[in-house]
Design a protein around this ligand. Structure first.
Ligand code: GTP
Ligand code: SPV
Ligand code: MN
Length: 591
């Protein structure tokens, strides 16, 4: 709808209008700003954010359209302890989620939100999760008092009038209310009300807690809706592998937070893969449903990347380096005197002096890191040189392989293929990973993170496993399921596998397996590549003997691993599908 000033509503949708009025009555903002997603709006809001000191304009010659943000130092990652699933019964949220009864949580949130936007502007951000015209696409409206959230949302989602057009007169949209309050960890809550299609987030201004289309809608509410409606919302990247003859194979992969999805989705193959090309569909979230031909089709509901910055360089991820050269919001990296950004693991020289992520003077002698380990970029996917043209296809792409991978220093080999769908679900359900800086607390500890969804499943995890098993009936052409581990270490604590672009070698074997082109060896875990089938060409520092080491299956370690899996079996006890209990027994007997 055409509008002349941002302070008059730009929609006639009654449900949106009355809900916004209700929230305004509660939060009492000075003004209500109705976002339409235009470029003029971006310019105006960016200028406002710079004026208020929320964003710092970076060197526009080096980084056109790029801005810098420092968060409150107490607010740098997701907060799982403060994340709640508010279903009528505790059982519905399950034993792996924090729970509070909806009425109690609404009461608590309303008390915190009351008058919270006095002296502030309330921004109304309509957005789409998914490409225009897709049957999976969802409409959300986020209310926020953070201009940083508005500007990040316009990178991460398709915002503005396009969402109101999709919504029409319907009241079927996800309501999301966000207020930073005073950014105090004691008043930080990320609350989901699946039955009401509602999200309330207070006390934070960090991505995963406040960009409500992302983890809150696309994963927590999405997984809940998907179970009821027969589709899947997953913490997965989506990529396409194109062969020299133009054959395309699509792969989805679930790795926990900060375990390599963005890097894998943007992979550039080693030099001798002439004519091979990897296309990025998505780097964090996949929505998947069975298509009319019985295959499993995936879309990426997002429109941008909210990626881990440290370690990004032209060796590890050249496509990301290009992607974040323009129109990017950097959060919690270091700032150099010439208005450039810096982080540990960046190309080029270490700056002699800069300001660290807290704004303090930093030199190479400093003990602390210049960039926070969970510093992030928000960049539009359109900047990615490897963006697949199909990324905007409303039908999505047919998935041939699903990969599960964690961060494991021991035990887990580089790659194996599961025997079938049920076995694959077991491998996903029991996967473990070392915790990372993407969530507050516990970094480095191995924990069970089923399908990389432990922090993101919006209902009982045991029911979620049942849903995975049930999907087998609706998907006629089942994707093959694989396990990978890029992070195995040797005795000296060094990664055994070079990773990054070299992961193409693993991907290439996976594609060949999906297309029935390569044989494999049966092991107790599953199918592994025969030595002669695994491409080591051109790897100067990696021998066939090293390949055997990184593939080693150590039965002592596996006995311990099965013990560790008890963590999830005991926690979910009566909800654990019997198929998975049997799979565990089968693994024990094979070992
Ligand atoms: P979220 O955005 O938190 O969901 O994370 P992500 O899964 O997209 O993780 P990302 O690709 O950003 O990688 C996070 C960290 O893993 C970075 O520090 C990378 O350098 C490291 N990493 C990624 N791929 C590899 C790899 O193949 N080998 C090794 N050793 N490290 C990797
Ligand atoms: C993750 O933690 O898995 C992320 C970053 O992708 S955030 O969006 O902050 O959750
Ligand atoms: Mn993620």
């Amino acid at each position: 709808m055409h509008k002349t000033d941002p302070f008059t509503p730009n929609t006639k949708n009654q449900a949106v209008l009355s809900w916004v009025q209700e929230q305004a009555k509660l939060c009492q903002p000075d003004k209500i700003y109705w976002c339409n997603g235009s470029d003029a709006e971006k310019e105006a809001l960016t200028a406002q954010a710079v004026k208020e000191g929320i964003l710092i304009k970076l060197n526009q010659d080096k980084l056109p359209g790029c801005y810098y943000h420092r968060s409150n130092p107490n607010d740098v990652a997701r907060v799982e302890q403060c994340t709640f699933i508010c279903t009528p019964s505790k059982a519905e949220a399950g034993p792996t989620n924090n729970w509070m009864a909806p009425a109690d949580m609404y009461k608590k949130m309303n008390a915190l939100l009351a008058g919270s936007m006095k002296g502030r502007t309330m921004y109304v951000v309509p957005y789409l999760m998914g490409p225009k015209g897709s049957p999976l696409t969802k409409v959300g409206v986020e209310i926020t008092d953070s201009i940083y959230v508005v500007l990040s949302m316009r990178v991460m989602a398709r915002i503005g009038d396009v969402a109101y057009e999709h919504l029409g007169e319907s009241d079927d949209f996800t309501r999301g209310t966000h207020s930073m309050l005073d950014v105090n960890p004691d008043r930080r809550f990320i609350c989901h009300f699946p039955q009401d299609n509602n999200i309330i987030s207070v006390g934070s201004n960090y991505g995963g807690n406040v960009l409500l289309g992302k983890k809150c809608l696309a994963l927590r509410l999405g997984s809940y809706l998907g179970r009821n409606q027969g589709w899947m919302a997953e913490h997965m990247l989506i990529l396409g592998v194109e062969s020299p003859t133009g054959e395309k194979t699509y792969v989805a992969a679930a790795f926990p937070s900060a375990c390599g999805k963005t890097n894998f989705a943007m992979l550039i193959p080693p030099a001798h893969y002439k004519g091979w090309k990897i296309w990025t569909l998505g780097d964090d979230i996949a929505w998947m449903r069975p298509g009319p031909d019985g295959r499993l089709y995936a879309i990426n509901p997002e429109a941008g990347y909210f990626g881990v910055v440290p370690g990004t360089n032209s060796k590890s991820n050249p496509n990301a380096v290009t992607t974040i050269q323009r129109d990017t919001i950097y959060t919690n990296v270091a700032l150099t005197p010439d208005g450039d950004v810096w982080w540990e693991g960046k190309d080029g020289e270490v700056p002699k002096e800069c300001l660290d992520w807290k704004g303090n003077k930093w030199t190479p002698e400093s003990k602390e890191k210049a960039a926070h380990p969970n510093s992030r970029f928000a960049a539009p996917m359109a900047n990615n040189p490897a963006l697949a043209p199909e990324a905007n296809d409303p039908n999505g792409v047919p998935i041939s392989a699903i990969i599960f991978g964690g961060r494991r220093a021991t035990t887990l080999p580089l790659v194996y293929q599961t025997f079938n769908w049920i076995h694959g679900v077991y491998v996903g359900a029991t996967m473990g990973s070392e915790m990372t800086a993407a969530a507050v607390g516990g970094a480095g500890q191995v924990r069970r993170d089923p399908m990389a969804m432990l922090p993101f499943c919006g209902y009982d995890m045991g029911e979620y496993f049942h849903h995975w098993l049930n999907m087998r009936r609706d998907i006629k052409v089942l994707p093959k399921i694989f396990s990978v581990n890029w992070f195995r270490k040797d005795k000296n604590g060094n990664f055994m596998w070079p990773g990054f672009g070299e992961n193409m070698r693993v991907l290439s074997w996976i594609v060949d397996r999906c297309r029935g082109r390569k044989g494999a060896l049966e092991t107790p875990l599953g199918w592994v590549p025969k030595a002669e089938d695994f491409d080591l060409e051109g790897m100067k520092d990696f021998s066939a003997a090293q390949f055997n080491e990184v593939q080693e299956i150590n039965s002592e370690e596996w006995k311990q691993e099965i013990q560790l899996q008890s963590e999830i079996f005991l926690k979910l006890n009566d909800k654990m599908p019997k198929e998975l209990i049997f799979q565990r027994e089968l693994l024990v007997s094979r070992l």
